[in-house]
Design a protein. Sequence first.
Length: 232
Amino acid sequence: MKPMIFQYGQEATDYLRKKDKILGEAIDRIGPIEREIMTNIFEALVNNIVGQQISMKALETVWKRMVSMIGTITPENIAGKSAKEIQACGISMRKAEYIKLAADQVMSGELEIESLYDLPDEAVIERLSELKGIGIWTAEMILIFSMQRANIMSWNDLAIHRGLRMLYHHRRIDKKLFDKYKRRYTPYASVASLYLWEIATGAIPGMKDYAPLSDAEKKRRAKARRRGMLKP
């Protein structure tokens, strides 16, 4: 079955081109972006907990084990497994306990998943980040890649900062500058985020990160220059 992707149309890209010529040029160079989504919010919560601080490859491996053992990732199916059984899929006991707690809250009615769809973005973030193991960044990713909200841009996302630095040649992104760009991209900040993530991962050849070099990187480069391995 073909995976579902984040849906956006020409209205969004035309708006962003009109509001920001530099971003518009990047949109034209990169073209349409297809990012997979997970429309079941509970499944997305569990997936995000599993994926914290591990590589995408490791996440895929653990996720396959969980689906094999549990079946469809639902609160009911999670409730039927112990934290130790969930941990055996290849995650920490802490993550397993977070997953069990999330399932318990849904089962008890403390967390009403369907009611989240009626809440504005900030209220969803506030509610989800009350869960153990779910922070603001994770809640924002669920808003984009599960609920398909159109106007999310995460201050806590380092790749977004990197994309902004690369696109606009900034050395640092402070909150005031970040908020300026988010206002410019509104109401399609989620779509702008897709392109900033692509830029951050090298989608446009020749773009570089203008962040100041760390002391360690300065020393490495100085050493390389002395050996004739790096041009001044």
